[in-house]
Design a protein. Structure first.
Lengths: 663, 145, 266
């Protein structure tokens, strides 16, 4: 007969205020098989855990139910505590009295009865629990970082410096990401490329880092420690071993009028190009869509000019499959474009630009060499209006969240403008000023007090063009909502930070969760910000949520630490929640009929064939066998099996039947 | 005044989505009716239709089966297999004359705390209006148990 | 028929098969299965419209497998069952010589591939009476259907003739007999009968060959074949897959499409 202990937690007032814990403990004492039932204020605390361990020893308990918060919260905590008292950790289950009971129902008899029901279900389950032992799996100690912006570079450097190999995959021809597009960074006004390019070069030259630029992840199979990642190396149309980065091809390319992505459409580039002069690797790429040769069959000037003969027009994409132990997602963000604003002209006005476009105008390596010229006619703008919160915090635009970085970069933009056009007038329309970081508020004060940027608290309802000027119609709420009309030469919208293009697709490829905005989901919002719910896949930077550079770098180092921790052992210990096909003595061997209807149900190809042989070598039957290294414990095969020859450890048929039959 | 009938609702939920979503309902302190009893499984793929039959056997008036949205299954495809299973199971139960208004299948993600509460409330109200599942209870009662 | 008898004798004389399984005259005008192990036993074989039983059910039995290679006189239902059994790895390719009979046509098939090609040329349709009954059920209200099946199943006594006659019910350790845990009560009370037939229907969904043997076997005349037919037709309508067609397993409930369409999941 089982000897089960039930420990009901008050969780302070969280459970205790709504559920009568003492009564629940008493009700549980009456369940057959329960020999010990108590309630306590904080089971997860040190004294709480110790009390439980003493009770296990004193009453010789062989199973434990902790009735407290969600098992997703503390199951590992209590399993560890229980194993400290000498019994197998898998003999401990948790009943969720908090998230599923006290926090969602009113105080009363019905709630207390529900609590007792929930515990009883787990008691019946535990009666059928079996001791389980962790499974050991080898770990491939190579990491993959997807995304080569400042976050991805930081992760790669940290892991590489930790002594492990890293593959850094970046979809554009160069690493650097959005940070390489910025002119100066807040709050120091450091030149962005000056602080980034040394890191980029370090990543490229690091012996432990392999750069795969102009590449995308196509398929991910396997599981933590044992991923098989297929990467598509898009064809640069170049033999990289021969190219010296001399740039002659770019100089000579006759097709010079292609809209430049790096300059956010404000400049032009050639068909064979590097995205920016400091690109790493400094090897060009041919834009197949716009190249004259691919469109008409004529040209090939670059091939003729190349001194090393590195151009390869026939080059095809290459698919490479790599063995990877851990993956870090650092794919960054994108900015909402100005065409999302009907009230501001649907993006038709060339002089209404977004924050990144302003960065390119301000940048010394940008299309105007850092001189303030407005895009439409190249004239110096004398009055510039900056509109913060364009699209963010706006349910109507589908972005109810705050994009975090705009208040700071708007102040920065206004300051940069004033530094370049001393007599210019800068206005900022804001809702709030969110300057919470170190030296951030001081930075904004400088903009207001030293650089005389005029801050107006209010929103802008409309911008239209009249006589070559942009008429900005806003309001000043600190003056009672008084309308403010400004005739501006240029308007900069601090548009919303959004998840990158196709981030949903990437998340699905990696089997990682994402929210309704396409940002990747962390395992826990407070306590596990760099992990995802998919073991072995970590997060860094703005792909998780809007984030500035210091936070991205910090998070990147955090993710790297997780990877290095994962790689600190040669073997990974896996949870034994896996499916098993039963085996019995001859002549039955198993209740499995060898029909293999289960095989199609497994997402991890974990179901193998096992030949049962007689002593003379004759094959008696072929039965299903589950590879415990691959099985992830979903149980789909268990539900598919007609004879129930397969069972899932931890959620077995007996356990679930017992849970069901007690309700 | 006669005691109002309170339906018994059994819910089978997957650990990674709906169970987590229900946790979020709790964390957000959104209140819902307390008739439901949640049973945790790792994935909707694990949910055997025989479990639903046992729930009915044990007197459930309403049943909820819920998991991750298609494409978001933590185990990649468990919910796709579950979906097919339910499509066939539902048709079979309808052919046999079981009142399938009492069994609700849903996709509730880990971020949909409010939606879980809404779903539970809707199902509880719906089943309360349908009344106790006497037809099935009669069948159970006609046996030795 | 002559062709069948001739070939059967030939196969036995040459020792290519150890037995020929077909139909023979039984008592009361019923046809029963006949195992001819010697050429002289072959003359008892008959083949006419009253021969209906699905003989594939014997192909998975130990006693038959122990004999070695056997030849089976296979009507359409038996043919479909044989290929499905091969897909489910219960019969190995070449273990059975198939004397496929379709109306007056006899074709000898030796491999799963051959059988698949043969079946690809055949159409499969439900018997008109069964179709009409299924349509009638479809038109009933939920309560009427419940009453109908409660009435029919009240006669069930768990004799398991339906299970025994079905070629796809080959599992030696059937779930219905499992008592740890006992998902389906063994007793033939209302609950036990209901759950048994529900679970059996689900086990056959995507695997039923629509041969109708289960309904014919039932001693108290419950139309259990309608349940499995309905499940099989549902699978075909929803997913386009059918049992008894391919030598490679194409089981609807262990495959899926990301855009399987349904309208009832909230």
């Amino acid at each position: 007969m089982s000897r089960i202990g039930v420990f009901t937690c008050h969780c302070g007032e969280n459970i205790g205020a709504t559920v009568d814990c003492a009564k629940v403990a008493e009700m549980c004492r009456a369940i057959p098989g329960v020999v010990h039932s108590v309630d306590y204020k904080y089971m997860c605390s040190d004294p709480g855990q110790r009390m439980m361990q003493e009770a296990i020893r004193e009453h010789q308990l062989d199973g434990v139910v902790v009735a407290a918060c969600s098992p997703r919260m503390h199951e590992p905590t209590f399993r560890r505590a229980v194993s400290g008292a000498g019994i197998n950790p898998y003999m401990c289950e948790m009943a969720n009295l908090r998230e599923h009971c006290s926090w969602v129902h009113e105080k009363g008899e019905a709630t207390t009865n529900k609590a007792a029901d929930l515990i009883r279900v787990l008691v019946e389950k535990v009666k059928h629990n079996e001791p389980l032992h962790p499974i050991k799996v080898p770990v491939t100690r190579t990491a993959m970082v997807i995304g080569g912006g400042v976050g991805g570079i930081q992760v790669a450097l940290d892991i590489a410096n930790g002594g492990h190999k890293v593959v850094l995959v970046e979809k554009s021809p160069s690493i650097g990401g959005h940070m390489s597009q910025l002119s100066e960074t807040f709050p120091t006004l450091d030149c962005s490329q000056c602080i980034l390019t040394p890191r980029m070069v370090e990543a490229a030259q690091h012996p432990n880092i392999t750069l795969m630029t102009y590449s995308e992840v196509e398929k991910v199979d396997g599981f933590i420690g044992n991923f098989k990642v297929t990467v598509r190396k898009k064809a640069r149309k170049l033999d990289e071993k021969l190219c010296t980065g001399c740039g002659l091809c770019i100089q000579k390319c006759p097709n010079k009028k292609i809209s430049d992505e790096f300059n956010e459409g404000l400049g032009t580039r050639t068909a064979i190009y590097v995205p920016f002069p400091q690109a790493v690797p400094n090897k060009p790429v041919i834009d197949m869509k716009n190249c004259t040769f691919y469109k008409t069959g004529k040209c090939k000037v670059c091939e003729k000019m190349c001194p090393t003969g590195a151009i390869r027009f026939e080059q095809e994409d290459e698919l490479v499959t790599l063995d990877i132990g851990a993956i870090v997602l650092a794919t960054g963000f994108k900015l909402m474009k100005t065409d999302a604003f009907p009230e501001y002209g649907y993006g038709k006005h060339k002089d209404i630009i977004d924050g990144m476009q302003f960065e390119r105008l301000a940048s010394a390596s940008g299309p105007t060499s850092g001189v303030m010229k407005r895009p439409s006619d190249g004239k110096e703008p004398k009055t510039v209006v900056f509109i913060a919160c364009s699209g963010s915090r706006d349910r109507a635009k589908g972005v109810p969240y705050c994009s975090k970085i705009c208040c700071m970069y708007t102040a920065k933009h206004a300051m940069l403008y004033k530094h370049k056009v001393h007599s210019g007038k800068a206005y900022v329309f804001y809702m709030d000023i969110r300057a919470a970081g170190k030296d951030y508020d001081e930075f904004v004060r400088r903009a207001i007090e030293e650089d005389e940027v005029k801050y107006i608290r209010g929103r802008v309802s409309r911008i239209y063009e009249e006589d070559g000027k942009l008429i900005v119609m806003g309001a000043d709420t600190l003056m009672g909502g008084e309308p403010v009309v400004i005739k501006a030469d240029m308007v900069v919208l601090a548009t919303a930070v959004q998840s990158n293009d196709r981030s949903e697709e990437l998340a699905q490829t990696l089997h990682v969760s994402y929210d309704s905005y396409g940002f990747f989901a962390e395992a826990h919002p407070k306590l596990r910000p760099v992990e995802t719910n998919t073991a072995g896949i970590f997060l860094a930077g703005a792909c998780q949520a809007p984030r500035d550079i210091p936070e991205t770098v910090a998070q990147a180092s955090g993710a790297a630490a997780k990877v290095v921790g994962l790689f600190s052992n040669e073997e990974l210990t896996r949870e034994p929640i896996v499916a098993v096909v039963n085996r019995q003595a001859a002549p039955v061997y198993s209740t499995c009929t060898g029909c293999f209807l289960c095989q199609g149900a497994c997402p991890y190809q974990a179901i193998e064939q096992e030949e049962i042989k007689a002593r003379d070598g004759q094959i008696l039957m072929t039965l299903a066998r589950i590879n415990p290294g691959l099985c992830q414990g979903c149980g789909t095969c268990v539900a598919t099996c007609r004879t129930k020859a397969i069972d899932l450890q931890g959620f077995s048929n007996e356990q679930l039947y017992a849970e069901l039959m007690t309700l | 005044m006669a005691e109002q009938f309170e339906p018994k609702i059994t819910a089978f939920v997957c650990n990674w989505c709906t169970y987590a979503g229900a946790d979020l309902t709790g964390t957000s302190r959104i209140k819902y009716q307390s008739n439901v009893r949640v049973l945790r499984v790792p994935c909707t793929g694990r949910i055997d239709y025989m479990m639903v039959l046992k729930a009915l056997h044990k007197g459930a008036d309403g049943i909820i089966v819920s998991g991750c949205h298609p494409n978001d299954c933590h185990y990649t495809s468990g919910n796709y297999h579950a979906r097919r299973r339910w499509m066939v199971f539902k048709k079979m139960m309808e052919v046999m004359g079981v009142d399938m208004r009492r069994i609700t299948f849903s996709w509730v993600s880990a971020a949909e705390g409010a939606r879980w509460a809404q779903l539970v409330n809707e199902v509880t109200d719906q089943v309360r209006a349908l009344g106790p599942y006497t037809a099935f209870r009669q069948v159970v009662g006609a046996g030795v148990e | 028929m002559e062709a069948v008898i001739r070939r059967a004798k030939e196969l036995l004389e040459k020792g290519e098969v150890k037995a020929v399984l077909g139909y023979a005259q039984g008592t009361g005008g019923v046809r029963r299965p006949h195992f001819a192990k010697r050429p002289d036993q072959v003359d008892k074989l008959v083949l006419d419209a009253t021969c209906a039983q699905n003989l594939a059910v014997y192909a998975t039995k130990h006693e038959v497998k122990k004999l070695g290679k056997v030849a089976i006189v296979a009507l359409p239902g038996t043919q479909r069952a044989l290929i499905q059994l091969m897909a489910e790895r219960q019969i190995r390719d070449g273990e059975v010589a198939i004397l496929a009979v379709d109306g007056a046509e006899l074709k000898e098939l030796d491999s799963a591939q051959g059988l698949e090609e043969h079946l690809a040329l055949k159409t499969q349709a439900l018997d008109a009476k069964d179709k009409a009954k299924l349509a009638e059920l479809e038109a009933m209200s939920t309560e009427a259907r419940w009453a109908y099946w409660q009435e029919e199943l009240s006669r069930c006594m768990k004799c398991y003739a339906c299970r025994n006659s079905c070629p796809m019910c080959y599992c030696e350790h059937c779930t219905m007999d499992c008592n740890r845990p006992q998902w389906v009560p063994v007793a033939s009370h209302a609950l036990g009968n209901l759950e048994y037939h529900m679970v059996r229907t689900m086990h056959l969904a995507g695997r039923c060959l629509e041969c109708g043997d289960c309904g014919r076997a039932c001693p108290v005349g419950i139309p259990v074949h309608l349940l499995t037919f309905s499940a099989e037709e549902t699978i075909h309508e929803l997913f386009g897959q059918r049992a008894g067609r391919k030598a490679k397993l194409d089981y609807a409930l262990s495959t899926f499409k990301t855009d399987d369409k349904e309208s009832f999941i909230r």
